[in-house]
Design a protein around this ligand. Sequence first.
Ligand code: SF4
Ligand code: SF4
Length: 105
Amino acid sequence: MTGPFVTRDGSSWVPEYLTCIDATTCIGCGRCFKACSREVMHLYGVGEAGEILGICDDEEEDFDGELNRMIMVVDEAGRCIGCGACARVCPKNCQIHVAADKFTA
Ligand code: SF4
Ligand code: SF4
């Protein structure tokens, strides 16, 4: 994907797509989800051994007592428009973004 990418006034702009979130440092605070208008990521439950238990679409979900913590997972990466809003609100700097002009296809 090479662009060209421009803003409404024609200025050059390169999207920075969210590609992944470091599961070891994410605290599942949900700030990035609230900042994103595209539903690119969702909260998932993680068990004691670090296994993914499933999506947490219900605040009361505890996966039959298996829930140890929650993390944000990029499960709809193709929906990202590379606005960077999620990176600005993350308190743990655990997201990886890749510039659109660095993607090869
Ligand atoms: S860069 Fe923008 S569109 Fe992409 S995940 Fe972050 S907030 Fe959502
Ligand atoms: S803002 Fe950062 S720490 Fe919070 S859920 Fe998103 S990626 Fe995880």
